[in-house]
Design a protein around this ligand. Structure first.
Ligand code: PHE
Ligand code: ZN
Length: 878
């Protein structure tokens, strides 16, 4: 058990801060084990304070106090109280500004939680979001306290030649004893969660960007020396993002310098600290031979995301952590738009929706479901969720859909103008959208407060040129929300004529080929007129709302939409529905002990896709992809892990068998060495070819083994090399051990590639996987203190290998719980993420439920359990 039950924090309890800190002067004497921090705070009482207390309470954790003074007068022990989480000065002036000076010591080397100041390889760096600043010094660590920071860094010049912090460099010099100093000043007031410092032996790549108004910005990416050859793509991505935000949102960068530092040890993807982003190396480093096409895309997306935060997050920030989606949902939406514009909007949308439906829908249907603006938390780090980020982005996207691109832009302009320099709420964002557009979004606001995925059930009736759609909406109960109110759901739709062409219709008097209708009632009828024949409906185009759509269709209708829908999302979706339908039929056959037979409708649909010469090859590769096992499981009342796998593999093998000549032809047609080329057609050719390779692998024939092995041995880019290795490993290919070994030897010095090697084995569906995972835990390259490595093995196995993680004997569950318990003391944030593997236990059969809950209870009963793990594990059991 925990030492004491942790406190819950509620949104309804929000009160303005009693004090404000206008200026902060920080001095760091950096040392791996004993860093001295001096903080000078200019404090004054907040005129909006609602309290009469004369005390000032500052948050602080794991700090060693050296001394504290008020207006230059040292405080005595009786003047303040110190606890594990705070420092309270009993009396401070209420009628005038005053100065607090604090000196304290911290130990970065002992900090394996990677929050506050910590050591990554040989560099020192910080992570302050959400509440890491309080592990650096005592402070009003809350986002509605915004201060101007100056930071002086002092360190050994050989060990830490590079010393960075936010803003502009204002001075530097040498000191005795081989030390030096650098001072930084950030002219923008910011919450302390955006503070950062970095110190180390770093090299950098420099470039320049000229803003739309002609200001020259220096761009610098800092990495360890052996990585300087992998920064080019990140730098180009940064410039693309800067240009895009000017063109799309009219937003310009505001400092003279933009720095990015890549670190090996990082709990998340990256962090938007003002002027000094700190990134997980995974989202910076890329070279054609080390990074896949998807890696290149993710890097551009994350670089964009952090850059976009400079406005949506930094210039306008969050009042409190319940408003996290204000910056994250909005910024994810912005990075999705950016990535779509940079590559293929159709492909990007499908990838995003696929992720949302597989993972966020599961979260929203389970014990950890929460609204995008949560109402309570125990540990805020647990709320950096798919719901806050991805569903949050969908909510912003719906505003974009409802207001149109121009109206949405006006709303954003007003939001940034009205709230520049402020810490605000989701409500302020919606209000700006309303005011700028002269509309009313009262009902729409429910998306912020209601959890759960709404279900739309649609019925159609056609009579004399008139189509009536009856749409019912409902939303299943979620924790603390048994009843739900109807939401405002934008439904984008169109109709297809019998020849596949768009059918024109009249809606509310206007003729159109496509319309967006607003569903606001629990049940509502929509009438479309002037149709010449009964059309095939295409609903929820572009996935216009994050809902589950239920509509009765036969396989022929789905195949028709897969061939003809002009909406690229719905065309793909029809294919997914068709395959899912067939897989669920097979699952029923498996459960009833019937023999399985291939479905000719699907074979013919795939034959057509393979024969089509359509231009967007990445899109065509997506049309050939089968829904993943996690997504299929999410649609079953009781997840049947083995049957899902068996049925899906049966479909893969039957398609491969029936269409082997086609797969081989398409493979050969697109197999060429274009390593180093990342334009849409080269990327598309690799995707399509590797999709074919994966089907051919299912044949388990000498030819297909040879094909995979040859591609593996001759590949000169990581996309082809890893796709081939995956084909080898997920089959009985006799060269498997040899290929895995040679891959490791080739790449053992590239940590990010070694991560791929772990993940590939952890997600393998062959029978020996669990034994492999256990032995990989003993591999010299495995390290529990490196989050990327933990995610690549433990995370990948428990979250992306349902077949083996959910093994009937409970081995996978015991394995995960053991890892969670180990991680709990090392890195609570990562430990809590790993518990997520158990959250869906109610969806399985009773034997598995018993096994999973036993492990969850074992976790909850662990001594010295962190708040992070306690919250996830106890809520999962509730
Ligand atoms: N704010 C970061 C982002 O999404 C995420 C993050 C949160 C990073 C907490 C580190 C710690 O861009
Ligand atoms: Zn973000």
């Amino acid at each position: 058990m925990r030492d004491a039950t942790p406190q819950t924090v509620y949104l309804k309890d929000y009160t303005p801060p009693d004090y404000l800190i206008d200026q902060v002067e920080l001095v760091f004497e950096l040392d791996e084990q004993r860093t001295l921090v001096r903080a000078g705070l200019d404090v004054r009482r907040n005129p909006d304070s609602r309290s009469a207390s004369e005390a000032l309470t500052l948050f602080g954790e794991e700090l060693l106090l050296v001394g504290i003074s008020l207006d230059g007068q040292a405080l005595a022990a009786g003047d303040y109280t110190l606890s594990d989480e705070a420092l309270t000065i009993h009396r401070v002036p209420g009628d005038r500004p005053f100065r607090i000076d604090i000196e304290n010591i911290i130990d970065p080397q002992a900090n394996t939680a990677l929050e506050g100041l910590y050591l990554s390889s040989s560099m020192l760096c910080t992570q302050c979001e959400a509440q890491g600043f309080r592990k650096i010094t005592w402070f009003l660590d809350r986002p509605d306290v915004m201060s101007r920071f100056t930071t002086k860094l002092i360190a050994d010049k050989t060990q830490y030649p590079v010393l960075l912090s936010n803003g502009n460099k204002i001075g530097a010099g040498n000191l005795d004893g081989g030390r030096h100093w650098v001072a930084w000043q950030d002219p923008f007031a910011k919450p302390c969660y955006l503070f950062a410092l970095v110190a180390g032996q770093l090299e950098y790549v420099a470039d320049e960007f000229t803003t739309v108004s002609g200001r020259r910005i220096a761009l610098e990416i800092f990495v360890e020396a052996h990585n300087v050859d992998k920064c080019g793509h990140a730098m180009q991505s940064l410039k693309n993002a800067m240009r895009w935000d000017e063109e799309t949102y009219g937003l310009e960068y505001d400092l003279d310098l933009y720095m990015i530092v890549a670190v090996d040890h990082f709990n998340m993807g990256a962090m938007e600290n003002k002027g000094l982003n700190v990134f997980n190396t995974k989202f910076v480093l890329a070279r054609p031979d080390t990074a896949t096409d998807s890696d290149y895309e993710h890097i551009e997306g994350v670089i964009g995301h952090e850059y976009f935060h400079n406005w949506s997050g930094n210039r306008v920030t969050c009042r409190d952590w319940f408003q996290l989606s204000l910056k994250e949902g909005f910024t994810v939406f912005r990075d999705q738009q950016f990535s779509g514009d940079r590559s293929s909007p159709a492909v990007k949308r499908i990838e995003d929706v696929n992720m949302l439906r597989t993972r966020q829908f599961a979260e929203d249907a389970g014990p950890l479901a929460h609204p995008i603006r949560p109402e309570a938390y125990i540990e805020i780090n647990n709320f950096y969720t798919l719901t806050v980020y991805e569903k949050g982005a969908e909510v912003v996207r719906m505003l974009h859909t409802l207001l149109g691109a121009a109206g949405f832009r006006q709303g954003c302009d007003l939001y940034f103008k009205r709230h520049d320099g402020q810490a605000v709420t989701c409500e302020d964002f919606v209000k700006a959208m309303e005011d700028a557009n002269g509309v009313e979004l009262t009902q729409f606001r429910r998306w912020y407060s209601q959890a759960g995925t709404p279900v739309l059930e649609v019925e159609q009736a056609f009579d004399a040129g008139r189509l009536t759609l009856t749409v019912k909406q409902s939303c299943p109960p979620t924790p603390n929300q048994p009843e739900k109110l109807p939401l405002h759901v934008p439904i984008k739709l169109g109709f297809l004529a019998a020849d596949g062409s768009p059918a024109r219709f009249q809606y509310r008097g206007e003729f159109c080929e496509e319309a967006t209708v607003s569903l606001t009632e629990a049940e509502q009828r929509f009438v479309f007129e002037s149709l010449t024949e009964k059309p095939i409906v295409s609903l929820l185009r572009g996935f216009s709302a994050p809902v589950t759509l239920k509509i009765d269709r036969d396989p022929e209708e789905l195949a028709f939409l897969l061939s003809y829908d002009s909406d690229t999302f719905n065309r793909w979706e029809a294919g997914q529905q068709l395959v899912s339908r067939i897989i669920f039929g097979l699952i029923a056959d498996i459960q009833a002990g019937r023999t399985l037979t291939a479905n000719p409708v699907l074979t013919e649909a795939f034959r057509a896709i393979l024969a089509d010469a359509g231009a967007d090859l990445s899109y065509r590769a997506l049309l050939l992809s089968l829904p993943d096992e996690g997504y299929l499981g999410g649609q079953m009342a009781v997840v049947d892990v083995e049957a899902i796998h068996q049925a899906r593999e049966f479909v893969r093998l039957s398609l491969a068998t029936a269409l082997s000549a086609e797969f081989q032809r398409v493979y050969a047609e697109h197999h060429q060495d274009e390593s180093g080329c990342f334009d849409a057609s080269a990327v598309g050719r690799r995707r399509l070819k590797n999709a074919c390779l994966s089907y051919l692998t299912a044949l388990e024939k000498p030819d297909s083994y040879a094909l995979a092995e040859t591609q593996f041995r001759s590949a000169r880019n990581m996309t082809d090399q890893i796709a081939a290795l995956s084909a080898v490993v997920n089959s009985r290919n006799p060269t498997k051990a040899d290929c895995l070994d040679s891959f490791y030897r080739q790449w053992q010095r590239e940590a990010l590639v070694v991560d791929k090697w772990f993940t590939l084995q952890a997600t393998c569906h062959m029978p020996e996987t669990f034994a492999t995972v256990q032995s990989l835990m003993q591999h010299p390259a495995f390290d529990m203190k490196t989050p990327n490595r933990v995610r690549s093995l433990v995370g990948a196995f428990s979250q992306s290998n349902p077949l083996h993680f959910h093994a009937r004997n409970g081995d996978g569950y015991r394995f995960l719980a053991d890892r969670v318990i180990e991680l709990n003391t090392l890195n609570p944030q990562i430990a809590a993420r790993m518990v997520g593997g158990f959250a869906q236990w109610r969806r399985y059969d009773t034997d598995r439920q018993a096994l999973m809950t036993r492990e969850l209870r074992r976790i909850v009963e662990t001594e010295h359990l962190s708040k992070d793990v306690y919250e996830i594990a106890s809520k999962s059991l509730a």
